[in-house]
Every structure is written in C-alpha cells, then in structure tokens.
Write a protein that binds this ligand. Structure first.
Ligand code: PLP
Length: 493
C-alpha cells in the first residue's frame, strides 16, 4: 500500500509516511485506496482478541511489516491497558453503547494510537534506513502531549517534545505532562491557545533552517499528532472492534448499520470512523459533536469553514480547536482526490481564515455526517443526567457527544443503535465533573476527585491520584514565536 499527499507529490510507503509525518507541500498522507474487509471477516472478529482485530486492520495498510511484527507491536502496546478488551463497550438505555477508549496509561483515547506509534516509528525508521534520532514534535490541547510523552519515554533513537497552551489544559492534564519522567522528554508551555501551538509546530516543520540545524545534531523531526498516518490507522481498529462486540453480544446482526457519535477537535477520531466505513464497516450516520468552538458544526451544515470567530475555553479542552487538521483528509475524499482543489482551500484558510467547498462535496458531506454542538451548560446537564439515570460517570468530552447524539435522535428520529466514543476518564476532568454533579468545588482538583469517588463509588485511577506527589520536571514557557528557540535551549543545542 502506498500513500500520497493531499497536496500532491510522489507516493511513499507506509514506513516513509510514518517517519516523515507530514507530506509534501504541508499535505497529509492518505492511503492510495481503501482496502476492503468483507462481512464474513468482520463477523469472524467477534471471537477475536483486540490485538487480533488490530492485526486484521493494520496489515491491510502497513504492508511494510509482517503480520507477526504487527502482532508483536500491538501485543506490547495494548499490554499497557488496564483491560484485555482494550476498548470495551458499556451499554446504556435505548441502544446507546459507550465505547470506552480511556483504559490506557494516560486515561485518554490518544493512548490507543500512542502506545503503538513508538513501535511503528522505530520499525519504520529501520525499514527506511533512517539513522538520525527522531524527535517527535507535538502540539497538544491536553491529552496528546501526555500520551506521546508516555509512549516515547526512553525509547532508544527517539525524543519527544511537547508544546501545550498555558492555561488551556486541565490541572490534571498539566501535571501529567510537567511531571513526565524520561531522559528524552521535553515539555514547554506556550503563552497562547492550542491553535497558536499547532501553528508554531507546523512552522518548525516547514522551516528549512530549523531542519538544517537539527540535522547538524543528527536529529530529524517527525510528528505524533493525528496528522501522522501512524496515529490515525490504529484508531480505525476500535470501530471494527465495537461492531464485532455488538455482534458477539447479539445486539446487531451482520450487516446492520450502526451510527457513531464522536466528540471532535482535530477531526482524527471521526475520520478514522469514516475510513472504517470506506473499508466496508456498516456505518449509518457519523455524528460530529463539538463544544462552543463549533466551527465544524457550521461547516457540515453550510459547507463554509470560517475560523474567524472567538476562541472559547471550555470544560472539554481537548476539543478547543478552530483549525481541525484532519479535515483536510476528508476534503480530499469529498472532492474526488483533487490535490489542487485541496491546496486552494487550505491556502484560503491560511490567508483569509475561510473557504467554501463546492456543492457536490457539500452534499456528500451532509449525507455522511451530522454536525451538532453542546454548550457548557448542556454538557454539565448531560454528565448529571447520565449519572442520575444510568449510574454511569462520563467526562465532559463524552458528555458533549451524548448531548449532541440525543439532539440528533430527536431531530431526525433515527433510532438506530449508536456507539458514542468516550474519549477520556472523568477523573482527568474532576473539577468540571464535580461541578456538573453539583458538588462544592471549593478545593483543588485532586480533592474533588476524592469527593467524586466518595459520591459515585468509582475509584480514582492511580495515574491521577499520584500526580500531586510527583516532582515537577518541566518548567519552561515561551511566546508562540519563540517555540523553536526555546526548544533549542531545552535541548542544549
Ligand atoms: C483529542 C481528544 C478529542 C478530539 O479528538 P480528535 O481526533 O482531535 O477530533 C476528544 N476528546 C478527548 C478527551 C481528546 O483527548
């Protein structure tokens, strides 16, 4: 399987796509075709382990590796999860299934890909003959940073540098990052929002002088953001896995369509669901849920992407994004893989902050996806409602998705079974969750988690409760325009 860039250029192998991260002209790598998984094979997945299901999907895309290699890598990655199911379903009323994606070491769905990516990255470096140290550069809205640091910590031949928006992440998220151990980990706060950090990282990637300077030190950059193909492909697996689990439980029959609702920021997770559909998974509607930063809701409804709007800090910080990078891969499919048109739209976004897609692409998008958003209040109400009615505790990102899913059902009457992606443990966002449950929030985040445990009987994960006692190892901050300079200081270059 080869990969082409959404903005044109020569095709590359899977290993090259993973090592490089970003395609030519700033484009994103996309598979040249979508391999099909026939229904009988999907049905067979019902009796497979998660790792076996992963191999079924990964082997169709990552053709540089053998099935045994992929099995080994996936086994090692998913041994770090607290359940063998890796991504189990939790059943709620009215044919709603919560897909729990936060059983990994950092308690967010990013772990599903970022526990595997270091294995894919080092194997890909070997396969392509890359001998320089690979420095993973990450801009994070909160969860990717920790998951990447944890995944790459002390992995030989790699380093990991994370930029996060100062004041734009939860206290637990911040402490998870600044207490990160490892000789090859770097964490820098940016005095700006996530889009500033992401733009800064993209600028470093396209800066020839920066590349030359790093090359002198024997270092080459790569990415662990969801723009990297190696981040995206492991996310396709759990959509198949959820479907297989529903088959196994007799909740659906082979071929029945299932809706998926995904709390969305950078558009990676929901894009993986769309890719699963392209591979033959019977997907009904994809429900794209946003918070107050609802640029995607407007885009899906009107075909106009307009980032020129106020940026809101919400209780679901990992979705506080106005430039959804992975949408570029969706556009590429919508317009019939026309890299010239994609480049034009992306340039318009960069120069004018707005673009409009053509009528045909617009229609195709709205037939595949429904867009909706939930306010801070609606999100809090949903956390409270789900706890009261179902005795199940959800985090604010999952609550945004639940709220939008219910609005979708009410609006359309489409009551097909719906899988809601649950992207983080509620304990990563203890303050917002405690507040939503009308608890007294006059305490630090960790005391609030303790109160939540008392109220609900759901244990606080150790990865959270240990945070206040860990030493802070990373203290740097910088302005968005100084990110590369600060990184050089941090690395003693
Ligand atoms: C990253 C993240 C999201 C958004 O996922 P995208 O793939 O960027 O759309 C949603 N919820 C949580 C908890 C996240 O960490």
């Amino acid at each position: 399987m080869n990969y082409s860039s959404t903005r044109g250029g020569l095709p590359v192998s899977a290993a090259q796509a993973i090592v490089r991260g970003l395609g030519e002209g700033g484009g994103l790598f996309v598979p040249e075709a979508f391999p099909q998984v026939p229904m009988n094979e999907i049905a067979d997945m019902a009796t497979m382990s998660y790792v076996q299901r992963a191999v079924c999907v990964l082997k169709r895309y990552l053709t540089d590796f053998t099935d045994e290699q992929l099995f080994d890598m996936a086994s090692q990655a998913y041994a770090r999860f607290d359940t063998e199911a890796v991504a189990p379903l939790h059943e709620l009323k009215d044919q709603v299934e919560i897909l729990e994606l936060w059983h990994g070491p950092t308690l967010a769905f990013k772990d599903v890909a970022l526990t595997l990516l270091p294995h894919l990255m080092t194997a890909s470096a070997r396969a392509t003959g890359e001998e320089r140290e690979i420095l993973i550069l990450v801009a994070t809205s909160g969860d990717t940073g920790k998951a990447a640091l944890s995944g790459f910590q002390d992995v030989p031949g790699t380093g990991c540098a994370v930029f996060y928006p100062k004041g734009g992440v939860s206290e637990a998220q911040r402490l998870q990052m600044v207490t990160q151990r490892g000789e090859n980990t770097h964490v820098i706060a940016v005095r700006g929002n996530f889009d500033d950090a992401q733009t800064g990282v993209k600028l470093i990637f396209s800066d020839q002088k920066a590349a030359a300077k790093l090359n002198e030190k024997g270092v080459v950059l790569s990415s662990a953001n969801s723009i990297n193909w190696g981040r995206l492909v492991p996310q396709i697996v759990y959509y198949f896995s959820a479907y297989a689990d529903m088959l196994a439980a007799g909740k659906i029959k082979a071929g029945d369509e299932v809706n998926f609702c995904v709390p969305t920021g950078n558009f990676g997770n929901i894009l993986a669901a769309h890719y699963a559909a392209k591979m033959g998974l019977p997907v009904g509607k994809l429900i794209c849920a946003s918070n107050e930063n609802n640029v995607l809701t407007d885009f899906i409804r009107t075909g106009v992407y307009d980032r020129r709007r106020e940026f809101h800090l919400t209780t679901s910080p990992s979705m506080d994004i106005l430039i959804s990078s992975n949408l570029e891969r969706m556009l590429y499919e919508l317009c019939g893989r026309d890299c010239v048109r994609v480049s034009e739209w992306m340039n318009a976004l960069k120069e004018q902050g707005i673009y409009e897609i053509d009528e045909t692409s617009k229609e195709m998008l709205s037939s595949l996806m429904y867009g909706g958003w939930a306010s801070r209040e609606a999100c809090a109400q949903e956390i409270d409602r789900v706890w009261n009615e179902e005795k199940y505790l959800i985090d604010p990102h999952t609550a945004v998705a639940m709220s939008v899913m219910r609005a979708y059902r009410e609006e359309t009457g489409d009551m097909r079974p719906c899988v809601v992606a649950s992207t983080a443990s509620p304990y990563k966002f203890g303050r917002a969750v405690a507040d939503a449950l009308h608890q007294n929030t006059d305490a630090d985040d960790f005391e609030l988690c303790a109160r939540l445990t008392k109220l609900t009987g759901v244990k606080t994960p150790e990865a959270i409760s240990e945070l206040p006692s860990l030493p802070v190892r990373h203290k740097r901050d910088c302005a968005p325009e100084d990110m590369f300079a600060e990184l050089m200081l941090e690395m003693n270059f």
